[in-house]
Ligand binder design. Sequence first.
Ligand code: PMP
Length: 354
Amino acid sequence: MKKHNFSAGPSILPQEVLLKASEAIVDYDNSGLSLIEISHRSKAFVDVMEKARALVLELLGLEGKGYKALFLQGGASSQFLMVAMNLLEKRAGYLNTGAWSQKAIKEAKLLDDIYEVASSGEANFNYIPKGYDIPSDYDYFHCTSNNTIFGTQMKAFPKCDIPMVCDMSSDIFSRQLDFSQFDIIYAGAQKNMGPAGTTLVVVKEDILGKVSRKIPSIMDYKIHIKQGSMFNTPPVFAVYTSMLTLEWLKGLGGIPGIEIENEKKARLMYSEIDLNPLFKGFAMKEDRSDMNATFNLVNDNLKDTFETMLKEAGISGVNGHRSVGGYRASMYNALPLDSVKALVEVMSELESKA
Ligand code: PMP
C-alpha cells in the first residue's frame, strides 16, 4: 500500500509520473532502448530537454521575457557558488533566513564581500525579517523563498533596484508569484519537480557577462545557455522525470491550479496545529510555509504513542530536522489532500486519547 509521504526531500512525486518514468527506464517510447542507454545528443533526448526547458518558462510565465531555463547538476548547493561566480564583482546582499541561506553566504564569501541585510538567527529562524534596506550599489540581492528546515516562507519580496536571486528549492511551482521580479531562480529538482540529480536554474540573460573574473566553463551560465543546457552529459533520467512532472502540473491548470490545492492542505494542517492543545507550531504565524509545516508536541511523554499511531496510519517522513526537533509535514505539490487529512486525524485521535 502506498504510504502518506511527507518527506522533506527527496519527496513525493505524482504516481502517474513514477509509472511513466519506470516504463521509460525499460523501453523509451517503444524504441527498443531505455531512456538511460541512449545518447543525450539523440533527437529523442534533445526533444525531452527542449520540452522541459520550455515548460519551465511557460509555467512560470516567463516566455519571451529574456529568460533561459537550464537543467544543471551539483544540486542547489552548487548554485551557492555559481551565482557568486557569475554575478559577484564587489559586494552582494544576502537575507539570512536559515541553514540554506547561511550555506549560500558561506560559499559566496569565498569570492568576495557579502553583507547580511538582515537575519532571524537570534530566534532560531522562526520568522522572516522585514523592513531591511538593500543598497542599490550592490551587485545583487539573494534570498531563500522557502526555508525547508524551519518551515518559514517569504510571502512578499523586497522591491529591489539590483538583480534579485532566489533559492526556490522547496517551493518552486507551488504558488503564483510575479516570477519576472527575479533575475535568477534556482531549485534542486527533488522537491516539487523530479528526482534528485538535476538543478533547475532560470536566468535572465542580460544580467550575465558583467564580472571581470574568469569563470570555469562548467560554472559559467553563458556557456550552459549557449550549449542549450548540454555543455556536458546532462542527468537524462532526472530531466526526463522532471519533464513528466511539469506536464502533470500543466494538466492540473499549472501553478494557479496547484496553488488552490496547496492552500487547502496548509489550511487544514495549520488549523489542527492551532486548535489541538497537544501541539505547538514552530514558525511565526504570518511567515508559515505552505510547503513545510513545523510543529512540536507540547508534552514529550506522548512522543512514542504519537509515532506508533503515525506508523499504523501509514504516515511516513514527518520527523523534524535535527536543528528544530519535533515534526515537519512537507506538503509538496504531489502530496494529496487525503494525506493531510490522514495526518490530522491521527493528531486529533491523540488528543482524544490523552
Ligand atoms: N536550498 C534549500 C532551500 C533546500 O531545501 C536545499 C535542500 N534541502 C538546498 C538548498 C540544497 O539542495 P541540494 O541538496 O540539491 O544541494
